[in-house]
Design a protein. Structure first.
Length: 131
């Protein structure tokens, strides 16, 4: 069986909490969960989100967007990749960010207080310490 993979066919997970936080701040009304793979988890793709983020800045430049999309689907990486993994399902073990108010507070801390340095964000440090 061949599964046609696209960005709408599964669930995106981030192997790194720092990347999940960073992209939660880009998305609206997103939540962050701690997850584990299950015996039924299928891994479809691993791509560098920096490539898709760059695409949003090049809307209207079809050639550049096609090149970035091809790089994403080929699994190429940027200098400091932000890996997202596309899977069919995972097991949620903890809800880390439960609601939009918590997300906004975290993102405000990340963008203003930490000056986009995740290692200075108190929530990030506390979450890692409590594991």
């Amino acid at each position: 069986n061949t599964i046609a993979v696209n960005r709408e066919c599964g669930l995106f997970i981030f192997p790194e909490l720092s990347d999940a936080i960073r992209f939660s701040c880009v998305m609206t009304d997103s939540k962050i969960y701690k997850v584990h793979e299950s015996s039924e988890t299928l891994f479809f793709h691993r791509g560098d989100m920096n490539l898709t983020e760059a695409m949003t800045k090049l809307i209207g430049n079809d050639s550049a967007m096609r090149t970035l999309a091809q790089s994403y689907w080929n699994g190429e990486k940027t200098f400091k990749p932000c890996w997202e993994v596309l899977v069919n399902k995972v097991q949620v073990t903890q809800i880390i960010i439960k609601d939009n108010d918590s997300r906004k507070k975290l993102c405000s801390n990340f963008k203003i207080t930490a000056q986009q340095n995740i290692e200075k964000v108190e929530f990030y440090l506390n979450t890692l310490t409590n594991e």
